[in-house]
Design a protein around this ligand. Structure first.
Ligand code: RFL
Length: 388
């Protein structure tokens, strides 16, 4: 078994196969220090934690993660809070940085005797639909070699080799550009509030998410094409305070911004998630806009489904799980896409003054008003926001 990519999808899959003695290798383009320091997700759903618990992969997140269950919406019409541990299914998030999770998963895999090659880029997947599937690989010294495998797991993200290797017409790609861009910021500053903050402002969205006692993530909606370095730190803090209505609700705790990057909101889903011996999981299978914090959670879920199916096939000769993998996974992916799109629409309005934009903004405010006032809307929101 060859696994492309050492993100959450690849490493959960690798751990589960290793635990059942299935011979596999992970091929990762980046260095170990790169994957262990790449800041991305932080909000893990309760179901993700249950999956990691099931396989003994959750020690680090129980020690270092923080339970979280409150979000606060701020609009022109005031603010309101939802504690989703008291709504819907009563579940919480665990806030644990993705790079810490990746570090834990890698350590566990290596301790169990797992094999991984860093700085080893998969160039392409070959003959996935044939008798002898293989991948071509560029080693750190530049030599191109090959790995043969019975099955190949494409867990190498949206721009990886698995997607690139799919022959024309073998899968269909459903795609949407949400026309929203966030400037994602990591500040060396304590959180400014004890909740996830979603500020909907005429100048655009602003978000606040605690990562730890001294690190906070902020997001600012910016025009598409804005370079990440375009805004000075002072301008960023002023804009965050304005949109989050700091004058009314309290100042933000400022600190140096130590990482920044822009994220253009795009979503896509491939169907089916299998081409012969090649299976797609995580971002390689479908990219979800980060508005609803679903991507890493879907990656872990898909990895478990795929691992179970592979174990059944390779240890019992039962291929029914592999045949059902794509459809089972796609049901979850589309549900996450639907909620994510709902969140994108709730948090961002068109900036134009044409009647279509004004109409859109009015319906958005109506959606917010229902969320503020209606218990059944809040239950619906809670179930989808923290669920997967
Ligand atoms: P990853 O994590 O991108 O890992 C893929 C790995 O594959 C390697 N690779 C290759 N290796 C070999 N050969 C090649 N040709 C290769 N090409 C690529 C890469 O180096 C990498 O190590 O994919 P995976 O495992 O599918 O995991 C997906 C998640 O990383 C992603 O969905 C989340 O980060 C999305 N996301 C969030 N998800 C959540 O569930 N909760 C959150 O709170 C959350 N916040 C976020 C996010 C994503 C964000 N950005 C940056 C898009 C916040 C942000 C800002």
């Amino acid at each position: 078994m060859v696994i492309l990519g050492a993100g959450p999808a690849g490493l959960v899959l690798a751990n589960l196969l290793q635990a059942r003695g299935i011979d596999s290798v992970v091929l990762e383009r980046g260095s170990r220090s790169h994957i262990q320091s790449r800041a991305r997700a932080g909000f893990l759903a309760a179901n993700t934690v249950r999956i990691l618990d099931r396989y003994g992969l959750s020690g680090g997140l129980h020690r270092g993660g923080q339970p979280h269950s409150v979000c606060e919406f701020r609009t022109d019409e005031g603010r309101f809070r939802l504690d989703y541990s008291e709504l819907g299914r009563g579940e919480r998030h665990t806030v644990y940085p993705q790079q810490a999770l990746v570090t834990d998963l890698l350590a566990h895999y290596l301790a169990a005797g797992g094999r991984i090659h860093f700085e080893t880029e998969v160039v392409a997947v070959h003959d996935a639909n044939g008798h002898r599937p293989w991948v071509s690989v560029r080693a750190p010294d530049g030599r191109v070699t090959r790995w043969q495998a019975r099955y190949i797991a494409g867990c190498d993200g949206r721009h990886g080799a698995a997607r690139r290797s799919l022959p024309d017409g073998s899968v269909r790609r459903y795609q949407r550009d949400h026309r929203v861009t966030w400037l994602g910021l990591l500040a060396e500053a304590p959180p400014s509030m004890d909740a996830v903050g979603y500020a909907v402002h005429p100048r655009g969205f602003a978000g606040h998410m605690a990562r730890s006692a001294d690190i906070t993530r902020y997001y600012l909606q910016v025009p598409r094409g804005t370079p990440a370095e375009a805004w000075s730190q002072e301008r960023i803090w002023d804009e965050l305070e304005l949109r989050m209505q700091a004058k009314e609700y309290g100042p933000l705790r400022r600190g140096p911004i130590v990482q920044r990057g822009t994220v253009a909101f795009e979503s896509d889903v491939l169907e089916p998630l299998r081409h012969g011996a090649l299976f797609l999981a995580g971002d390689a299978a479908g990219l979800v806009s980060p508005a609803a914090a679903k991507g890493a959670n879907l990656a872990v879920l898909a990895a478990e489904l795929l691992a179970q199916a592979l174990i059944d096939d390779l240890t019992n000769g039962d291929s029914s799980g592999l045949e059902a993998y794509s459809a089972r996974c796609l049901t979850r992916i589309w549900a996450a896409q639907e909620f994510s799109r709902w969140m994108v629409d709730l948090l961002h309005g068109p900036s134009g003054t044409d009647s279509g934009s004004l109409f859109h903004n009015r319906t958005r405010l109506a959606r917010m008003a229902e969320l503020r006032a209606s218990r059944s809307h809040q239950d619906w929101f809670a179930e989808r926001y923290v669920g997967i």
